[in-house]
Design a binder for this molecule. Structure first.
Ligand code: GLP
Length: 263
């Protein structure tokens, strides 16, 4: 596990974009797992700039998004698909056929649909690099506390914490989704490399629990302890409750010296 502690959210976004851009330069046909949420805005902004300024080429990139609200179509302004269109897809040269997204508008055959999303990931050859945020309750994707560590893409009932967190994005009186389609923890753990971003003081407790707490389905991000290649990029506020900051700093320094390709 690598942890980079950055001064602020802008630096977190820049560092994440640097890692993604390097991965795309090394392998233009990279299979990239994508996440939504405010934490991701800086990274997408920077990637768009790299495309516009330096011609970073996304034409062969294959993407799989992590999750989507059930009941919201791609055109709904609160859907994760809409978020991705606004902040990334419409600004770069991704081939539309290479974008994969859970369809929140399905109304039946959920298990079959979720199995087909898993199959699409397998058919593409698996995910090379998975980007993750983290919820205040320690979830990744929409794998709410108590989700099975072996879970696959499926329907998930959202916890009260998550629904409350999301309330601010919906107008008064607008119905807030109670369920989502999300990649499972088992799906996420099969990615070759994982990058988790966190910013702000509301993420300090879940970050400490995920990294230094016990492996538990009650904090689904702690399942990343099972993965051999995870990098956390957090700002000072999100890293504030970590006890071993000095150790992570030394690990990063030695990694830069001995195996710089990992960074
Ligand atoms: C939602 C998403 C998560 C994301 C989380 C944090 O719950 N399903 O994938 O990590 O929000 O969002 P934010 O970055 O806005 O704090």
């Amino acid at each position: 596990m690598l942890l980079a502690l950055k001064a602020n959210a802008d630096e977190v976004g820049r560092e994440a974009a640097r890692i993604v851009a390097n991965a795309v330069r090394r392998n233009p046909a990279l299979r990239l797992g994508l996440a939504t949420g405010n934490t991701m805005l800086g990274m997408y902004k920077e990637l768009v700039q790299l495309h516009q300024r330096e011609g970073l080429n996304f034409s062969s990139l294959v993407t799989f998004n992590l999750d989507e609200y059930l009941g919201l179509s791609a055109a709904h302004p609160r859907s994760f698909r809409y978020f991705m269109e606004q902040n990334f897809f419409s600004h770069v040269n991704l081939a539309p056929g290479n974008i994969h997204f859970p369809d929140g508008s399905i109304k039946a055959n959920y298990e079959k649909y979720c199995a087909s999303y898993e199959q699409a990931i397998r058919d593409a050859g698996g995910i090379d690099l998975q980007i993750l945020g983290i919820g205040r309750n320690g979830h990744v994707g929409f794998n709410e506390p108590t989700s099975s560590i072996g879970s696959r893409t499926r329907l998930k009932v959202l916890s009260k914490d998550t629904i409350d967190d999301n309330r601010k994005f919906f107008a008064a009186g607008e119905e807030i989704p109670q369920c989502a389609i999300t990649m499972g923890i088992g799906t996420i753990l099969e990615a070759k490399r994982i990058l988790l971003l966190a910013t702000g003081s509301s993420k300090a407790a879940p970050i400490a629990a995920a990294i230094e707490g016990p492996l538990t389905a009650s904090v689904t991000a702690s399942a990343l302890q099972l993965h051999p290649d995870v990098t956390f990029i957090v700002d000072q506020q999100a890293g504030a409750q970590l006890k071993q900051q000095e150790y992570y700093r030394r690990v990063l320094e030695m990694t830069a010296r001995l195996t710089p390709d990992r960074l």
